[in-house]
Design a protein around this ligand. Structure first.
Ligand code: HEM
Ligand code: HEM
Length: 178
């Protein structure tokens, strides 16, 4: 079944961010679970890619506001369409919350972030209890993001392999012009 696809920028941003976020989840778990000599490098990589993801998300939200995503096929029941919408809102919320929590956690711990030679401003007061709370929130929300991605992946594969209703194809093939 043919379905209108996402725009090319929306598709490129979706897949680039999906790749980076999955890498970030594994880098995050790897760096807190080991004290190997590469740990310091992993932490720097994690912070840098996390900030890059925050920038990419702002760009993605701008693209999303300019061009609405294609409507889901009418064959999908209304409750499933509402569920899909809620799942996407949750994914966007977590993509925004995680880098901001990471940044705020570093501010609260008194560790300034440096991006391309620029020292970024602190976005939270320096406070050890706040640091502990933000650090634990960052960890828990990262696992919630992981679980949401698994559900999202399952839904995408269900549409692509079982229903074959064009939903997966709509995100795989971007259109150049709207
Ligand atoms: C880190 C991983 C991922 C994140 C954070 C993510 C996030 C999102 C978000 C927020 C949307 C909604 C786009 C919009 O309408 O504004 C979306 C759509 C979509 N994603 Fe992902 N995604 C991820 C990985 C994947 C993977 C691995 C697949 C498939 C194998 C996939 C397939 C799709 C499809 C088919 C849509 C379009 C759904 C529709 O037309 O309503 N995504 N994704
Ligand atoms: C989408 C973006 C991000 C994702 C998916 C992510 C994911 C994770 C994960 C899975 C962990 C391990 C949690 C644990 O097992 O306790 C972690 C830890 C950490 N993250 Fe992130 N993170 C992101 C952004 C950031 C940013 C922007 C920063 C800072 C600028 C940051 C700083 C840290 C630090 C310092 C830790 C180690 C905390 C500790 O010592 O326990 N993260 N992150």
């Amino acid at each position: 079944m043919n379905r209108v696809t996402y725009s090319l920028p929306a598709c490129l941003l979706h897949w680039l961010m999906a790749l980076l976020i999955l890498a970030m989840l594994f880098i995050g778990v790897g760096m807190v679970g080991s004290l190997g000599p590469w740990q310091h490098r992993l932490v720097s990589l994690h912070k840098g890619v996390g900030l890059l993801l925050l920038g990419l998300l702002l760009l993605r939200l701008a693209v999303r506001l300019r061009q609405s995503p294609p409507a889901l096929p009418a064959s999908i029941p209304a409750w499933q369409q509402r569920l899909a919408h809620a799942a996407h809102v949750l994914l966007y919320g977590l993509m925004l919350a995680l880098p901001l929590l990471g940044w705020a956690m570093q501010s609260a711990g008194g560790y300034p972030l440096v991006l391309l030679g620029w020292v970024l401003p602190a976005i939270a007061p320096q406070d050890v209890d706040l640091y502990a709370g933000l650090r634990s929130a960052h960890g828990w929300l990262a696992y919630l993001l992981f679980a949401s991605i698994l559900l999202h992946l399952a839904a995408a594969l269900f549409h692509g392999l079982i229903r074959r209703d064009g939903v997966l194809a709509g995100m795989l093939r971007g259109r150049v012009r709207s």
